[in-house]
Design a protein around this ligand. Structure first.
Ligand SMILES: Cc1cc2nc3c(=O)[nH]c(=O)nc-3n(C[C@H](O)[C@H](O)[C@H](O)COP(=O)(O)OP(=O)(O)OC[C@H]3O[C@@H](n4cnc5c(N)ncnc54)[C@H](O)[C@@H]3O)c2cc1C
Length: 386
């Protein structure tokens, strides 16, 4: 275990877990945990060492998401969403001097980045935009109706997708990095949601301005396929694994407490605990294998855009999101009313509510429809992805 992972685990256990119920009840930003992550320099760890970061790889970041997910799903989701934005800049900045300087600032000041990909009118179709970059004399302006920008009020910068020009078709998109002093947010909707309440995913009218050098040079189609999509599915799955792991931990604690009442025997809920543990292992295996697949192709544009890889990353998302809910449901059956109530050491309501966001966060129906298209187009057997 790296010292960074150990530090993240401590933040999870000692800080995020302590405030998780209050964050959930108040639908408030998990400021204590995010301040602690910032304090321990864990926000800029993916920035290369040459730019002042730690050059951490995806597996380490995923392990941190898993660790935080065990304590506070909202904290873990905010951390994951931030790292997805960082990965887009790190992998696609190229020689762009402005972006490289921004990376340095990100590592030095531990900036927290948010995302405005969703847009009113296109639903969750990340690969379509209505808003467009309007360029004049090397400067841009951009107006976006964003139905959700998680922690929009608390971030230090936002990555925004838009059409390349006002004349471009909906799918000809770019992604632009806008630091805090380059945008204004007018809140249009709140976030009184079933779960992930601490992500504070309000809706906003966003107005941004800046220099054209803030636009990531690669087309968003490439940034999305090579980085945003696989990294999102890996990091989200890792934190959903963390939520499910904590649910099984609570179920095991419940069964052990029951076992003490009948020494020598295994309580009735024991076999269901075993089933939950088996599903959890399946979920974990999927995340671990997918991380290895990503690590094997990262850096190769051809391999990252190959259809079998895209199928594997989509399967990870749809599979993990469904398994998380199943595992927590099993854990709830193990704990019975003690799991259903909100005031016991075995409470699982928050876990279940948080995990239900997984299938909607880019709707599984949408992901499955895309996977079906890829499977039809594929010549080789996707099950044999090496
Ligand atoms: C906790 C959380 C945090 C989020 N944070 C952010 C953020 O910071 N920034 C951001 O930009 N977005 C964010 N999002 C939004 C997210 O990325 C998706 O855009 C959003 O969940 C999709 O919303 P939707 O259900 O309204 O739209 P859609 O995905 O369009 O779904 C609407 C309906 O259409 C159906 N549907 C749509 N397309 C298809 C298809 N091809 N095949 C079959 N059925 C289809 C779906 O089944 C569903 O019933 C967040 C979401 C969550 C849950």
């Amino acid at each position: 275990m790296t010292s960074r992972l150990a530090a993240a685990r401590a933040v999870g256990v000692e800080i995020a877990a302590r405030h998780a119920d209050d964050v959930d009840a108040g639908a408030r930003f998990p400021r204590e945990a995010l301040a602690a992550l910032k304090d321990r320099q864990l926000l800029g760890i993916m920035v290369p060492e040459s730019e002042g970061g730690a050059g951490a790889g995806i597996a380490e970041v995923a392990s941190i998401c898993d660790a935080l997910g065990r304590s506070c799903a909202s904290t873990a989701m905010i951390y994951a969403m931030h790292q997805i934005q960082v990965a887009c800049i790190v992998h696609h900045a190229g020689k762009n001097a402005w972006l490289r300087t921004f990376m340095k600032q990100l590592a030095k000041d531990q900036l927290l980045l948010g995302s405005a990909t969703s847009e009113v009118g296109v639903g969750g179709d990340v690969r379509s935009s209505i808003c467009a970059i309007e360029e004049k004399d090397g400067r841009f302006s951009l107006t976006k109706q964003a139905p959700v920008i998680s922690y929009g009020a608390d971030c230090d910068g936002i990555l925004v997708t838009a059409r390349r020009t006002p004349q471009s078709p909906a799918s000809d998109q770019v992604i632009v990095v806008v630091p805090r002093d380059g945008y204004q947010l007018e809140q249009k909707s709140g976030w009184d949601a079933l779960g992930m309440r601490g992500t504070c995913s309000n809706g906003y009218h966003l107005e941004a301005k800046g220099g054209m050098e803030q636009v990531i040079p690669a087309p968003f189609a490439d940034v999305s396929a090579q980085t945003m999509l696989p990294v999102s599915h890996l990091l989200w799955s890792a934190l959903w694994l963390g939520i499910a792991t904590d649910a099984v931990t609570r179920a095991r604690a419940y069964v052990r407490s029951e076992a003490k009442k009948t020494p020598g025997g295994v309580p009735d809920g024991g076999w269901r605990l075993a089933e939950a543990a088996s599903l959890l292992q399946l979920m974990k295996s999927n995340v671990v294998v997918s991380l290895r697949q990503y690590e094997a192709v990262v850096g190769s544009e051809d391999k990252l855009t190959a259809l079998p890889f895209a199928v594997a990353m989509n399967n990870l998302k749809t599979g993990s999101s469904q398994l998380a809910v199943q595992v927590i449901h099993q854990a709830m059956l193990v704990c019975g009313l003690a799991g259903y109530r909100n005031d016991t050491a075995f409470s699982l309501g928050r876990h279940l509510r948080d995990a239900h966001s997984a299938a909607l966060m880019v709707n599984n129906d949408r992901v499955l429809a895309r996977t079906a298209q890829l499977l039809v187009a594929l010549r080789e057997d996707p099950g044999l992805l090496e």
